[in-house]
Write a protein that binds this ligand. Structure first.
Ligand code: B3K
Ligand code: ZN
Length: 866
């Protein structure tokens, strides 16, 4: 297969100003007529080449004249017309089969309804078109269907609708905003709708409609609330107002990923839209809030201003993640949000950066763009923007965003142009900063300190180094903002002077390979709190001793670093034990410190819940290599048991004291209380005695919401035995008709670290409710097992790896883009001890050697082996 390269970019040869689409919907044979107003772009004699895949040609006419076989060619990928005028109209008709579309790209059926997914390259499965983001077109869409497909929806405004003979009806939609075809959407079917409205900052009324499965409208209430808050927030934080009179969201059960920002008609995976206390966890609520916001924010960062080509994907994704993270921080509290975002970055992006699939935030080549919707593009892309804001300041950042919106509205643009706006707004030269977009890998930043008591100076010596990544052996230094504060040994904030200015926190910008900074007026021996708020996406290495970390854990006013200190202590203790050198005294001391942190009256429950969660086994595997998954699991369990023993009384007190009083509310404070109570139970399960079994059983049985039900069930799972089996069976029986809850039932068993779990997971593929065609169900079992259950996935026999490879191959025949996203857990094979790594590698080789493999899976599996 041929790689696509950024350096090969050429502007489109033809532009399409207007398109009229006419859909005659039928599950097995949908007719799509397209009328394109086309003009030549520039002075050239190139043929007209339109993308088209899996289309059955019916007719092609140019300026009203049907083209014969000799005047056009159609192959598996393109419609080519060699000789065309400068300006002309092309009319085409094709037939497609939505019912047979298991890729879930283009037009497909979900739950008896028609829906679409076009990003990145799905529109070419609907009709012939230049399927690239830099062709912006005004769409008019006429949909005809049987009356049983009650709602007929597309982007923009409804122009007309009515009845047709033969029990059919129609609707015509027009979207006044030119858009790339990847933002096209169509939905048709029986749906219930939840309606509301909002008045924008300029006083316009916007209708809001959320379409869901019949009977589910009450479960869309939280999404509606999140949508209204998002719209208001974007006005306040970025001055961005919604631009159409109608905003619609549709929830579907079969969806390849989370949600999609189609103009005026977002389509969501139902798992990220529907929630009520009985069926959704607090984590579901939190994700719904952030994804509703994310897709809404795309209206400006993605739809009004889009990407010139798919290499610029971070231009809309990294930026929009940054915007949704900022929104969530305002809704739910900055520190807790930051910790969660960093956990996510470390869990998903750091492994990418350290593996064979490492790529820059703006990659320079790919085989399948679907494979580049990665944590690097999204999460690291957001970190880069966060650093930009830190480096130029909030005011210049906002001015640069305003300039970007003003200058590029209605265009498809590039990361260079985006950064240029901030150069202009700040007056700074950001050419060095641009390396963040071009260089893959996680920099290692080392901070060394030298305190001179007599001179009251603290010298900080910073250096950086980025390890090589595939194709990039030599790395440049990157501009890195390192936020620093000082504490004394008693945990009091220690003020200092920098360049003659008094302060208690400063940002040191490390520009080159190394730098020295001297802080003055440091009255007592300092404890350095470096990289506050995780001011740059790096790995920090310090010469701080454990005692400094204990000071930070107890007292750092920067809550991120307070949490980080605990994580660092726990990580080192577990790594020491996994490496055969346990530090029992240290473990005991750590347990005591956590106990003190738990009793801190000033700290929020949500924060304490995060403190209680030890770094994951995956994170430990990344920290020291070659990793031994069994030893890591053992070490982590040992520390958990020690915490459980040591904190027993406090954990019980929390469990009793945090019981829900009154009505369920999904707000952040109430969710934080539930999180801490469930975290306490989870830890108690590491020291199972009959009372704990009873406590967990009682917790499960008394649960009045899904968060607590899953909390109780998880604790029972960790303990194992009959109580777990009973509760598991009860849970299935209670919820078997609720697909989103059945997903949770599969996922729970997939992350069971117990002895029999692998066998159980293998058996679950034969369960009548297992359906590999549904991405949610497939991921609930397969991805959860491979990425969240390291001790069972890395079974020494290799059976866990074999299971994953079998699933990848089976799903590849149904849905390649979903299959490709399952490859990642095998990709880290070099990080594990050879007895594991070789078995993982063998499965990758088996995958690559399979006949008829999709490009999607081939690209990732072959790169993982390279
Ligand atoms: N833009 C979509 C992702 C599309 C993925 C295509 N493989 C959702 C989002 O990031 O908002
Ligand atoms: Zn997005």
């Amino acid at each position: 297969p041929q790689a696509i390269r950024l350096s090969d970019y050429r502007p489109p040869a033809y532009l399409i100003d207007e398109v009229e689409l006419h859909f005659d919907l039928s599950p097995n044979a949908t007719r799509v007529k397209a009328r394109l107003d086309i003009r030549r772009n520039g002075d050239h004699a190139e043929p007209l080449v339109l993308n088209g895949e899996r289309l059955k040609p019916v007719s092609v006419a140019l300026n009203g004249r049907a083209l014969g076989e000799g005047e056009r060619t159609v192959d598996d990928e393109f419609l080519t017309i060699p000789n065309v005028p400068d300006v002309f109209t092309l009319e085409t008709e094709v037939e497609i089969d939505p019912q047979a579309n298991t890729h879930l790209e283009g037009l497909y059926m979900s739950g008896g309804r028609f829906c679409t997914q076009c990003e990145a390259e799905g529109f070419r499965k609907i009709t012939w078109f230049p399927d690239r983001p830099d062709v912006l077109t005004r769409f008019t869409v006429r949909i005809e269907a049987d009356r049983k497909f009650q709602h007929l929806l597309s982007n923009g405004n409804l122009l007309e609708a009515g009845e047709l003979p033969g029990g059919r009806h129609y609707a015509v939609w027009n979207d006044p905003f030119p858009k790339p075809c990847y933002l096209f959407a169509l939905v048709a079917g029986e749906l219930d709708v939840l309606e509301d409205s909002i008045t924008t900052m300029s006083g316009r009324k916007v209708e809001l409609k959320i379409y869901v499965d019949p009977g589910m409208a009450p479960r869309a209430a939280y999404a509606m609330d999140a949508l209204k808050r998002s719209m208001k927030w974007d006005e306040e934080a970025f001055g961005r107002e919604y631009d159409l009179d109608l905003f619609m969201i549709v929830a579907v059960r079969d969806f390849n990923f989370g949600a999609m920002e189609n103009k005026g008609l977002n389509i969501f995976n139902s798992s990220l839209l529907l929630a009520d206390p009985a069926t959704a966890t607090d984590l579901d609520y939190e994700r719904i809030e952030s994804v509703v916001a994310h897709e809404y924010f795309h209206n400006w960062t993605g739809d009004r201003i889009t990407c010139r080509d798919w290499f610029q994907l971070c231009l809309k994704e990294g930026l929009t993640v940054f915007r949704d993270q900022s929104f969530s921080a305002d809704m739910r509290g900055e520190a807790v949000q930051r910790i969660k975002d960093v956990k996510q970055l470390r869990a998903r992006q750091f492994p990418e950066d350290q593996g064979p699939l490492a790529h820059p935030v703006r990659p320079s080549s790919y085989l399948k763009i679907d494979n580049f919707y990665t944590a690097t593009i999204y999460e690291k892309g957001a970190e880069v923007i966060r650093m930009l804001k830190t480096l130029i300041g909030a005011q210049a950042f906002r001015a640069g965003m305003d300039l970007y919106f003003e200058r590029w509205d209605g265009h498809a643009t590039t990361v260079e142009e985006f950064i240029r706006c901030f150069e202009e707004s700040s007056g700074q030269d950001l050419s060095d900063f641009f390396a963040w977009y071009e260089q893959a890998g996680t920099p290692k930043v080392t901070v060394k300190r030298r305190y001179d008591e007599a001179a009251r100076t603290l010298e900080l010596e910073l250096s950086q180094e980025t390890p090589p990544t595939p194709g990039q052996p030599n790395k440049r230094p990157l501009p890195l903002p390192v936020a620093v504060g000082l504490l004394d040994a008693e945990g009091r904030t220690l003020a200092f002077e920098r360049d003659g200015q008094a302060m208690d926190e400063t940002v040191i910008v490390l520009k080159d390979g190394a730098a020295k900074v001297t802080l003055h007026g440091v009255d007592r021996p300092p404890v350095v709190s470096a990289l506050r708020g995780f001011s740059a996406p790096v790995t920090l290495i310090t010469d701080a001793e454990p005692k400094d970390r204990y000071v930070l854990l107890a007292s750092d006013p920067d809550l991120f670093n307070r949490w980080e200190a605990g994580q660092g202590l726990a990580r080192d203790l577990m790594l020491a034990r996994a490496g055969g050198a346990p530090n029992e005294v240290g473990e005991e001391r750590f347990a005591e410190a956590v106990g003190r942190a738990l009793t801190d009256q000033a700290a929020e429950p949500a924060f304490k819940a995060l403190l209680l969660a030890l770094p994951s086994e995956q994170e430990l595997a990344l920290a020291r290599q070659p990793a031994d998954p069994a030893a890591i699991h053992e070490a982590r369990e040992t520390l958990r048991t020690r915490l459980a023993l040591h904190l027993d009384e406090e954990l019980r007190r929390l469990h009793t004291g945090l019981q829900q009083l009154g009505e369920f509310s999904p707000d952040a404070v109430s969710a934080g209380r539930r999180a801490l109570r469930n975290a306490a139970l989870d830890l108690m399960a590491a020291n199972p005695r009959s009372e704990v079994v009873e406590l967990a059983r009682g917790h499960y049985e008394a649960a009045s919401n899904m968060t607590d039900a899953i909390g109780g069930l998880s604790a029972l799972m960790l303990i194992g035995g009959q109580a777990f089996e009973d509760a598991l069976a009860h849970f299935y029986d209670r919820w078997k008709d609720e697909p989103l809850v059945v997903d949770k039932w599969f996922a729970l068993q997939a992350r069971d670290p117990g002895d029999g779990a692998l066998g159980r997971v293998l058996g679950l593929t034969a369960h009548p409710a297992f359906d590999p065609k549904n991405p949610n169900r497939l991921r609930a079992l397969v991805s959860t097992f491979a990425s969240m259950n390291p001790s069972r996935f890395h079974d020494p026999s290799g059976a866990g790896y074999r299971f994953l490879a079998d699933q990848i191959l089976a799903v590849d025949a149904i849905n390649p883009s979903v299959a490709a996203r399952l490859v990642e857990p095998l990709g880290g094979w070099r990080r594990y001890r050879p007895e594991y790594g070789e078995l993982m590698k063998a499965e990758l080789q088996r995958i690559v050697g399979t006949e008829g493999l999709s490009k999607n899976v081939y690209e990732l599996a072959s790169k993982a082996l390279a």
